[in-house]
Design a protein around this ligand. Structure first.
Ligand code: SF4
Length: 225
């Protein structure tokens, strides 16, 4: 006991040294405190913007560089394929070399679009996954007449079958003249109902082929006509 007579409590020297170490590191910790950094930048920007400039960005974040800024990346404007709002998007491509395919890096909102001004809803923001998704269905599900099961068929097979049935139906229902002799050249046996993912150009072609070409009279679309 004789060697410990000056310390009223055994833990006191340890606490004191830890307090001293903590106090010694205080200036460094305070200088990294975001509030003090922001106060230190007062006067360099309007007071209403205090704390909203570079001082609010950590050094780690400032060091981060987007892969979209890499050389060879190109932003191609397009339209979101999902709904009738028609938000503008930018598809960021890394151009492939000779003989190499381009690679899509990201799809983001187009800041210059007057519709969405750079924003996208969660669905549009996930458009990348529409194109690059290992679970995406790549075949047509077909159930034959009177069958009790679905079959996988290739897309080309489905397009061929649609074309054959469209011709068959048009041949069977085409009306050149009404009973009173009026020239109508119309096909009333086929209708077209388009979704909002169709854009102006696609609707133009639909109208031209279905109405002017096949004589269909019932053509409807959710929007963008
Ligand atoms: S981003 Fe959303 S709101 Fe805009 S077109 Fe796409 S689905 Fe519609």
């Amino acid at each position: 006991m004789g060697g410990q007579g000056h310390a009223p409590h055994g833990a006191a020297p340890g606490v004191a040294s830890r307090l001293a170490a903590w106090a010694g590191g205080l200036p460094g910790r305070l200088s990294g405190w975001p509030l003090l950094q922001q106060l230190g930048n007062l006067g360099q920007a309007p007071l209403s913007e205090a704390g909203l400039g570079p001082e609010a960005i950590s050094a780690r974040t400032q060091a981060v560089r987007s892969r979209l800024d890499e050389p060879g990346v190109e932003a191609v404007p397009t339209v979101c394929p999902y709904c009738a709002v028609g938000c503008g998007q930018l598809v960021y491509l890394m151009r492939g070399g000779p003989g190499q395919p381009d690679r899509v890096l990201s799809i983001e909102g187009h800041p210059r679009s007057p519709i969405n001004q750079g924003t996208l809803c969660p669905k549009g923001a996930a458009a990348y996954q529409l194109h690059f998704n290992p679970t995406r269905w790549t075949t047509v599900r077909y159930r034959a007449p009177y069958s009790d099961r679905w079959e996988d068929r290739p897309l080309d097979w489905a397009l061929e079958r649609i074309a054959q049935l469209a011709k068959q139906t048009r041949d069977a229902t085409y009306v050149e003249r009404t009973p009173d002799g009026k020239l109508v050249n119309q096909c009333t046996g086929i209708a077209s109902l388009g979704g909002a993912t169709l854009d102006n150009e696609e609707n133009y072609l639909i109208k031209k082929l279905f109405c002017g070409g096949l004589g269909m009279v019932w053509i409807e679309n959710q929007a963008r006509v």
